[in-house]
Design a protein around this ligand. Structure first.
Ligand SMILES: [Zn+2]
Length: 232
């Protein structure tokens, strides 16, 4: 094997494809076309405000983990048999948690943390937080992030949120103001990505990716493919 082949081999081994979704159903993703388009992804991440049946469909069709955080519009829903559904079945909550995903090549795992919800504006749905409340949620992640840093030499690869950070892709009305604590988390723990939703994009020239310190802040609305090549 030539060195060039070896490098290509290694590159292919370490590439990880992540399908990130938020806020709106993409009809092609809610049909058998999903497998044609994204049958090779390694991980799916829902960034909130997605109907549970949509995430469940994706979890059924793709044989990979489907992680999610909640959006401000997520709330318990009645099912046909009069049960209450407050989370998508077959999916894994990343909300308020840290998680590591092992990679096929036995490379260092992908390190994730999730903080769903939006700025609190009416309390009619469960996933609304003041800045102080979100700061308290972020503090609870610290022991895991510090443990990651000690074990892997880095604390976090991808921070998954619903709301954007304050001042980046956010709005001026209360529900759409971003969280300042997300800026602190990015400065302190240096994730490669912050994936968020919540801010709907209506114009083609709307900025959806912004570099902040070491982090690529990405509005995934409504569907974005991230190619993760590991390392830094
Ligand atoms: Zn939202």
């Amino acid at each position: 094997m030539h060195i060039g082949d070896l490098q290509e081999h290694e590159r292919m081994n370490t590439l990880m494809k992540i399908l990130a979704l938020s806020d709106r159903i993409v009809e092609a993703n809610h049909s058998p076309q999903l497998v044609e388009r994204y049958g090779d992804v390694d991980l799916v991440i829902g960034c909130g405000d997605l109907p549970y049946y949509y995430l469940e469909y994706i979890a059924t069709m793709l044989p990979v983990p489907v992680l999610y955080v909640h959006g401000n519009h997520d709330k318990p829903t009645q099912t046909a048999n009069r049960g209450t559904l407050d989370a998508p079945g077959g999916c894994i909550s990343l909300d308020g948690r840290c998680m590591s995903i092992e990679r096929q090549d036995n490379d260092s795992p992908l390190l994730l943390a999730g903080l769903g919800g939006s700025m609190s504006y009416n309390r009619k749905t469960p996933h609304q937080y003041t800045e102080i409340e979100m700061r308290a949620r972020a503090l609870k992640l610290l022991p895991s992030l510090m443990a990651n840093r000690a074990r892997y030499g880095r604390a976090l690869d991808i921070l998954v949120t619903h709301s954007p950070p304050f001042g980046i892709h956010d709005g001026e009305d209360l529900p759409h103001i971003g969280f300042k604590v997300f800026l602190s988390l990015m400065r302190t723990f240096k994730p490669r990505y912050l994936l968020h939703g919540h801010t709907h994009i209506y114009r083609l020239n709307t900025v959806s990716t912004t570099n902040y310190e070491h982090t690529k802040v990405t509005n995934v609305y409504p569907s974005t493919l991230i190619e993760w090549n590991g390392g830094r």
